[in-house]
Design a protein around this ligand. Structure first.
Ligand SMILES: Nc1ncnc2c1[nH]c(=O)n2[C@H]1C[C@H](O)[C@@H](COP(=O)(O)OP(=O)(O)OP(=O)(O)O)O1
Length: 228
């Protein structure tokens, strides 16, 4: 499958890419009326094997765990916005590295979110709760999948030592956006990626309420762009 519309077309991606669709969704990519630029920053400590996530207390994505980020304001670069949002929402500063570009669109919405993702493994300051986010450390681990188990450490003693090195809770993938497990392993293994995920409302069998579900998705690893 070629790179979905709305993403930088001059990008070379490596195979295999990850793609799929909801069994009840037969259409193509949705038409996007407008796009707004966002940032999302994930900070982790490789030595202490821990990653900082924020619990969203209000607004869009309330009740979910995520990295720290938000809208890019006029007059600021994407990196400036990423550092500002990280500081506002978590109280820390970090050496950020751009690692991904993700486009999200939900059927019926007037605007898609184009999210520039950054990672950081060194930071300064103490994570502090803000009005918007409650930061907490989680044990650094990958979501369960065959692919991830192949990329984990091969030495079982090394893996056990890493798992036992802290008593932190596991990353709460069940309470994060459903797209996160698709690209999180690429980010943690320091790959560069792009992707698009379209959402639509489906009835949640457990609660009977309408819930945004992924209906079509594509994530690719970047090898180069025409200007890199
Ligand atoms: N599908 C998906 N997966 C993972 N992360 C995200 C999405 N969609 C998203 O929008 N995001 C990320 C991008 C941003 O980091 C946040 C959303 O930012 P938001 O809190 O709405 O922006 P702020 O500018 O902080 O908002 P207010 O201050 O206006 O409340 O989620």
């Amino acid at each position: 499958m070629s790179i979905p519309p709305g993403l930088p077309p001059n990008t070379m991606t490596a195979l295999p890419s990850i793609s799929g669709r909801h069994p009840d969704y037969k259409d193509d990519w949705m038409d996007i009326p407008r796009t707004k630029l966002y940032t999302n920053v994930f900070v982790w400590d490789e030595i202490e094997r821990k990653i900082l996530l924020g619990y969203k207390k209000r607004g869009f994505g309330m009740g979910l765990y995520n990295g720290f980020g938000g809208k890019v304001e006029s007059g600021e670069t994407v990196s400036e916005a990423a550092l500002r949002e990280l500081k506002e929402e978590s109280g820390i500063s970090a050496n950020i590295v751009h690692c991904g570009t993700l486009l999200f669109f939900a059927k019926g919405e007037s605007c898609a979110h184009l999210v520039e993702v950054f990672r950081a493994t060194s930071f300064a300051g103490d994570p502090t709760e803000s009005e918007e986010m409650r930061p907490d450390w989680y044990a650094l681990s990958l979501p369960d999948s065959d692919e991830n188990s192949r990329t984990r450490k091969q030495d079982p003693f090394e893996e056990a030592a890493a798992i036992m090195s802290n008593d932190l809770p596991s990353i709460p993938f069940d309470h994060m956006w459903p797209d996160v497990p698709l690209w999180f392993p690429l980010m943690l293994s320091e790959k560069r990626f792009i992707g698009r995920v379209d959402f639509a409302k489906f009835k949640d069998d457990a609660t009977g309420t309408l819930k945004d579900a992924m209906v079509k998705w594509w994530i690719g690893t970047i090898t180069a762009t025409s200007d890199s």
